[in-house]
Design a protein around this ligand. Structure first.
Ligand code: NAD
Length: 256
């Protein structure tokens, strides 16, 4: 059980982050949810997870595109035994037309935020004598696709940083790993369907079957529960010697 541990999950009011938070709560961890908004429904989400799973949960607003916000999220959490760097955005566009502001935002949110949160969380983990850093990278942290230059660059960067964090914590009871999901049907994926339809001049069904899931031999989306379950596994004693590596949850994508 993860009872007594506190997990901070960045970008967790939706999609994979929320799924990970729920699985960690089921396993007994206290939860800090995060996004850049500060709505009643964000706080209600934390209350509902706390009530359902009998753990403590709260929501802290912090914008993962801002270095100070990333660092203050961990400081405000006060305790961070499990850090899940999950916040991420996507933009699909050929590199020669790729908007500079989108490039900068993707590098900041998808990669730099993990640097800032990890930098503040590691001393807390060392003090606590236990810690888990789990970075939600992507199959695009290991392979590439056209029109996703910033995302692929950021995710490869996260995989590299994960290895360095593992080496810097190797002699401590702390591990750092990256999970590399294939396609998971979340609002992020839903939002790129129209752009991909335009890039390839295809219908929605063709984009799902022949663009998104062509690379996923299982022909099925992975689920947020499966990603959450993989995070819980990485927090278990069985995974104590798993560090500095990636776990693909991609229906065979990276075996192709
Ligand atoms: P999503 O859009 O459903 O969720 C993204 C989360 O990040 C949301 O909670 C959003 O509020 C938050 N977020 C966005 N910008 C933020 C900011 N500036 N500050 C704080 N929070 C911010 O997307 P998702 O599919 O759940 O993606 C989650 C992570 O999983 C991302 O890092 C994504 O790259 C990765 N991933 C997703 C897939 C997939 O197929 N869905 C595949 C591989 C990797």
């Amino acid at each position: 059980s993860l009872s007594g541990k506190t997990a901070v999950i960045t970008g967790s009011n939706s999609g994979i982050g929320l799924g990970v938070a729920v699985e960690l709560a089921k396993a007994g961890a206290d939860i800090v949810l995060n996004s850049f908004t500060d709505r009643d429904e964000d706080h209600a989400l934390a209350e509902s997870i706390a009530r359902t799973h009998g753990i403590n949960a709260r929501y802290i607003k912090a914008d993962m595109s801002q270095a100070d916000d990333c660092r203050s999220l961990i400081k405000q959490a006060g305790k961070c035994d499990i850090l899940v760097n999950n916040a991420g955005i996507q933009h699909v566009c050929p590199i020669d037309e790729f908007p500079i502001d989108k490039w900068d935002a993707i590098i900041a949110i998808n990669m730099n935020s993990a640097f800032h949160t990890t930098a503040v969380a590691l001393p807390m983990m060392r003090n606590a004598g236990w810690g888990r850093v789990v970075n939600i990278a992507s199959a695009h942290g290991l392979t590439a696709s056209p029109f996703k230059a910033a995302y692929v660059a950021a995710k490869h960067g996260v995989v590299g940083m994960t290895k360095t964090v593992a080496l810097e914590t190797a002699e401590q009871p702390i591990t750092a790993n990256a999970i590399c999901p294939g396609y998971v049907l979340t609002p992020l994926v839903e939002a790129q369907i129209p752009d991909t339809m335009r890039e390839y001049d295809m219908s929605r069904e063709d984009v799902i079957k022949n663009v998104m899931l062509t690379r996923q031999p299982s022909k099925e989306f992975a689920t947020v529960e499966q990603i959450g379950g993989t995070v819980v596994f990485l927090c278990s004693d069985a995974a104590a010697q798993i560090t500095g590596t990636t776990i693909s949850v991609d229906g065979g994508w990276t075996a192709l």
